[in-house]
Design a protein around this ligand. Sequence first.
Ligand code: ATP
Ligand code: MG
Length: 140
Amino acid sequence: MAIEQTLSLIKPDATRRGLTGAINARIEAAGLAIVAQRRVRLTVAQAEGFYAVHRERGFFADLVAYMASGPVVAQVLEGEGAVARYRELMGPTDPAKAPSGTLRAEFALGLQENSVHGSDSVANAATEIACFFSRLDIVG
Ligand code: ATP
Ligand code: MG
């Protein structure tokens, strides 16, 4: 399988609880390299832009407010099949349905406050990485 890059966000519920290090340890143990990382506070406008695909959904305003409610840690993860591999490590959106051992089963508080984001395709990963990083920031 090809070496890919994916965008990870450690979301405000997790940064607030001091879980960045624990999540990073799990990412590295899963064989994914953290090749860029930045802690940022999204504005409401930036959160709206990032999740624009969901703008018609009933949960959109709440989602945007939550994503702008505290710091996020944006990361580029690299490895073989990184996009699917990180989605598998995260587990499904709803932590109640997440298999044990996944990040969301272990750390998420609920359907919205689900601790991590991961890109859902290689094409979306490239777009999302460009929201947070320039090429010089990514050091493999
Ligand atoms: P992400 O895009 O953050 O990696 P995902 O791809 O598993 O998560 P999406 O369907 O893209 O899930 O939803 C984006 C985010 O919106 C979810 O991670 C969650 O925080 C929130 N969300 C999704 N569905 C709901 C819902 N029904 N109610 C409240 N929040 C939701
Ligand atoms: Mg998604």
